[in-house]
Design a protein around this ligand. Structure first.
Ligand code: CA
Ligand code: CA
Ligand code: CA
Length: 238
């Protein structure tokens, strides 16, 4: 009896195997590109979270330089362009605020405090000195990472920046009187930065100069902060 020996791999099987390996190898660069692109998307999502953190951080700052000082914390500030329906100018007090309330335009020493212009204030040079919201107007933050050696490198080398803009916003109520419940939220232009209301708007814009389409987006997060004053706590002296 003649025993028939079958070859381990037939030629046709070899050709199939080589073809499949070729297809797999051809798709490798594309798979790598997909991985890189999803890295960009993750980077951008992280950047958006960073921008949101920045907005929240700014909302926690003092509303104005005049109330960054603890001794003035209880006052509402006088404004030059606020809606008159929200003021009670002759008595320097907000509508609805009783005369004995500390939620007034006048501090405990009887001094009227006007809201300040959108600007850095005396002696404030670097961000560590900033103590009110509008000090951050025009600041640009580059999202960077620190290497173990301490040298600055780009945040995954994608040139992502956060630009902060602060302005006063229009606080005109629609209709007449303080009974109206809608306020038109319109940030003033930069040219009107000297005008003041009781609302400041915060914009943080995320941009990238990277050529990657996943990153080349212009995203702006906005928030506003109203100065409604705060009650001054009674102090007990011992
Ligand atoms: Ca300041
Ligand atoms: Ca200051
Ligand atoms: Ca300021």
């Amino acid at each position: 009896m003649v025993k028939k020996i079958r070859p381990a791999i037939a030629m046709i099987e070899l050709i199939f195997a080589i073809t499949i390996m070729g297809i797999v190898l051809m798709s490798a660069p594309r798979l790598m590109q997909v991985a890189v692109n999803s890295g960009y998307v993750a980077t951008q999502q992280e950047s958006i979270a960073e921008a949101a953190t920045k907005v929240n951080m700014l909302l926690g700052y003092s509303w104005d330089e005049r109330i960054a000082d603890d001794s003035n914390m209880s006052t509402i500030l006088t404004v030059t362009a606020g809606d008159t329906s929200l003021n009670n100018t002759p008595n320097m007090r907000r509508m609805g605020t009783p005369p004995i309330s500390y939620r007034a335009f006048v501090d405990t020493n009887g001094t009227t405090l006007p809201a300040s212009a959108i600007a850095l204030d005396a002696g404030e040079l670097v961000e560590n000195d900033f103590d009110d919201i509008d000090d951050f107007n025009g600041t640009v933050t580059n999202l960077t990472d620190l290497t173990a050696g301490g040298a600055d490198v780009d945040y995954i080398d994608k040139n992502i920046t956060l630009t902060t803009a602060i302005s006063y916003s229009d606080d005109n109520v629609s209709g007449t009187g303080y009974q109206q419940n809608s306020i038109t939220y319109t940030p003033f232009s930069a040219a009107a930065a000297g005008t003041t209301t009781n609302i400041k708007s915060i914009s943080v814009t995320l941009t990238s100069t990277s050529g990657a389409s996943e990153l080349s987006k212009n995203i702006t997060l906005q928030a506003f902060s109203s100065n409604i004053g705060s009650y001054q706590l009674e102090e007990r002296n011992f």
